[in-house]
Design a protein around this ligand. Structure first.
Ligand code: TRP
Length: 335
């Protein structure tokens, strides 16, 4: 068993980020080790290039995202943690796989269609090829399991198609088919001021999000002032339909407490937000405070973060090198 996943380093150090992916990684880390498996998590800085970002900002984002996963509990003794750019085999395998993937397959990718919008002709080739780089990230390590959010499911299916075609075109068994692990526990966290929009780093109002480096007071303040409605909480999850603000706050509570939304409602159903919001604020401070303290310390000592990436890249290169070579050999690139 080898678990591989990545996170794009488009610097979003907020609660949505943490509850969306990182928390699942941390939870899996020990389970995978107990099962005798290996966990590998990387910073997708090459993927971040597809979002056009200033160079200095990209470097900072990579450090900050790494510090965040470490603060949240990923342990470099238990997981290999690195950044994509320092393992050139990601890019090299992408080129090989570009010759296996079909244009027709990429044309069906909904993320590309969404991100390119109306101006397809003006989109970068990198954005178009994004899913093939992702396939390379996974196949390079012969990953067996890939934890991703629901929105990445299509990219995982493409990865399996590429692996299948590679193996059959060249009559080899180089790439095992990776299983997606779509975590149902990875909720979409919405803005605290408008629950129809995703919580986002780019929103001009800081009150819409909880940043992972917010002080206890800021965290509590943001939940106390979060938009809600005038009714009391329902007894069942169905009662949250049509109440996006209520649903968002219940979702956040459930994710932080590691319980199902129904359990939150079993406890708080019938109570008003005057009671629920302070309880949520207390829970958030209890759960996020320690992560913030570690994050702040790591951001003060970036050297430690850089050393983790260097060591991780070295270990990743050692695994990736022979697999890249196997793929090259299969294709006739053995000289
Ligand atoms: N595309 C993924 C996302 O946006 C990030 C990612 C890049 C990834 N490469 C990957 C996830 C490989 C899993 C495996 O969430």
């Amino acid at each position: 068993m080898r678990v591989v996943s990545g996170i794009q380093t488009t610097g979003r150090l907020h609660l949505g980020n943490y509850l969306g992916a990182i928390k699942q990684w941390v939870a899996m880390q020990d389970q995978v080790a107990e099962a005798g498996g290996e966990s590998m998590y990387f910073m997708a800085d090459l993927h971040a290039l597809t979002d056009r970002v200033a160079p200095k900002e990209l470097a900072d984002n990579t450090i900050e995202m790494t510090a965040t996963v470490l603060a949240a509990g990923l342990d470099p003794e238990k997981s290999i943690i690195w950044n994509q750019a320092r393992v050139p085999a990601h890019s090299e395998l992408t080129w090989l796989l570009n010759n296996v993937a079909r244009v027709g397959w990429l044309n069906r990718m909904t993320q590309f269609k969404d991100k390119a919008g109306k101006d397809r002709e003006g989109a970068s080739v990198g954005l178009y090829d994004y899913p093939v780089l992702m396939a390379a990230d996974i196949l390079l390590y012969k990953a067996t399991h890939v934890p991703v959010g629901e929105d990445q499911k299509q990219h995982l299916e493409l990865t399996r198609d590429i692996a299948t075609k590679f193996n059959s075109d060249y009559g080899v068994e180089v790439f095992p088919l990776p299983e997606p692990m779509i975590s149902v526990a990875a909720p979409r966290i919405m803005s605290l001021r408008d629950a129809t929009a995703k919580m986002s780093k780019s929103n001009p109002s800081d009150m819409t999000r909880v940043n992972l480096n917010d002080s206890d007071d800021e965290i509590a303040q943001k939940f106390r002032k979060a938009k809600s409605d005038a009714e009391s909480l329902p007894d069942t999850v169905e009662g949250l339909e049509e109440r996006p603000e209520a649903r968002n706050l219940v979702t956040i509570y459930a994710a932080l407490a590691d319980i199902a939304p129904a359990e939150v409602l079993a406890q708080y159903g019938g109570q008003g937000f005057g009671q629920f919001k302070p309880a949520l604020a207390d829970l958030a401070v209890a759960k996020l405070g320690p992560i913030r303290d570690r994050l702040v310390r790591l951001l003060d000592d970036r050297g430690e973060v850089i050393r983790v990436l260097e060591r991780g890249s070295e270990r990743a290169r050692a695994i990736a090198g022979p697999v890249l070579r196997e793929a090259q050999d299969a294709m006739g690139l053995q000289l």
